[in-house]
Design a protein around this ligand. Structure first.
Ligand code: SAH
Ligand code: SF4
Length: 349
């Protein structure tokens, strides 16, 4: 019998499975608490008898990630981690310090199927979805290494969270559990390239998380050139889903807009964007694009960024340029893993 991934199970599921084996509910609660405190083996669950620990280990496994590489920025203490999963795959996470506390940016897939042309992850292809336990294990590994409680989580690392919908929702339930890590939905942001069917599904759940939508272009012509998903759901359909989401949840959406010189940063683009977003509760986050090898894109100049913000502002749309953290330890997610794998293969490992 293959072992069961116990860290992906909800409290209720553990309780039911334990009940079937004749174990009382308080045992399920004890085990759940240990798992979410980040233990790596049943041996560490010291208030369970040795026999019980041994019988659990025969039935279940605890998913653990190990830190393979860690880069600390000399500028601002941002830390970038390359984590190794149980099957030898790698994912990246980033720990950032803001005035309101520590934020971790985590991955939801190994690679990504969406193929955005400006993105290092998208350019490296797709390997597999992460399990809920593997998404959670990233938060635990980073919190343990930081030695401090993490206050915020952003699902903006490798992968498209809504392309791994069920596992991501289960992760959200686990990480926000009061008897688990207890990181509330209001402290979690999920970023999507715009899987419209899933945005409607998510709206129905009425979770209090922040939805970020990677828009990156004001019209279909430009967006389809950089983001293949736009050929399935165009800008208008995406914005309709966003309005529905805002209405259903009462939450303000933030739109991500990577500014790429000569591609999407003209005055005309800013005017068109403002017209499209008019009447929405949204906020626009401008991100000077990080150069990714082979893509041939360059970030917009500071003057362009300022002009873009002014045009949006004059039309009632608030926009800010996102502070770039850890610029010396390397840009956007996906780059570290890509480089590490290239190095390994050139060494013949
Ligand atoms: N798949 C999701 C979340 C992961 S990407 C999404 O696309 O939203 C997180 C953010 O980084 C997205 O807004 C994405 O568009 C952006 N991004 C990717 N590559 C980038 C680059 N080279 N420069 C700036 N932002 C980038
Ligand atoms: Fe995937 Fe997001 Fe990168 Fe696009 S930007 S390829 S959706 S990770």
């Amino acid at each position: 019998m293959p072992l069961t991934d116990i860290k992906s199970m909800t409290k209720e599921e553990i309780r039911e499975a334990f009940a079937q084996d004749g174990l009382p509910a308080f045992r399920a609660k004890q085990v759940f608490t240990w798992l979410h405190r980040g233990v790596e083996s049943f041996e560490e669950m010291t208030d369970l008898s040795k026999d019980l620990r041994a019988s659990l280990a025969e039935k279940y496994y605890i998913s653990v990630t190990t830190i393979e590489k860690k880069l600390v920025s000399g500028y601002d203490n941002t830390v970038k981690y390359l984590l190794r999963l149980p099957d030898g795959e790698y994912v990246e996470c980033v720990l950032m310090e803001y005035h309101h506390g520590l934020t971790v940016c985590i991955s939801t897939q190994v690679g990504c199927r969406m193929g955005c042309t400006f993105c290092a992850t998208g350019r490296s292809g797709f390997s597999r979805n992460l399990l809920p336990s593997e998404i959670l294990a990233q938060v635990q590994a980073v919190q343990k290494d930081a030695g401090r409680r993490l206050s915020n989580i952003v699902l903006m690392g490798m992968g498209e969270p809504l392309d791994n919908y069920e596992n991501v929702l289960r992760f959200l339930e686990l990480v926000s559990d009061h008897e688990g890590m207890n990181i509330g939905m209001r402290h979690i942001s999920l970023s999507t390239c715009g899987l419209v069917d899933r945005i409607y599904d998510l709206a129905e759940k009425k979770l209090q998380l922040t939805l970020s939508v990677s828009l990156h272009a004001p019209n279909d012509e430009i967006r389809s050139r950089t983001m293949p998903i736009n050929k399935k759901w165009g800008v208008e359909e995406l914005l309709r889903a966003c309005r529905d989401y805002e209405k259903a949840t009462g939450r303000r959406i933030s739109f991500e807009y990577a500014m790429i010189s000569g591609v999407n940063d003209s005055d005309e683009c800013a005017r068109e964007l403002a017209a499209r977003l008019k009447g929405s509760l949204c906020h626009v986050n401008l991100i000077p694009v990080n150069a990714v090898s082979g893509a041939g894109y360059h970030k917009s100049t500071i003057d362009r960024q300022k002009r873009f913000i002014k045009i949006l502002g004059d039309r009632g749309i608030t926009a800010t340029v996102r502070r770039t953290l850890g610029s010396d330890i390397n840009a956007s997610c996906g780059q570290l893993r890509r480089r590490y794998q290239e190095e390994k293969s050139s060494e013949g490992i």
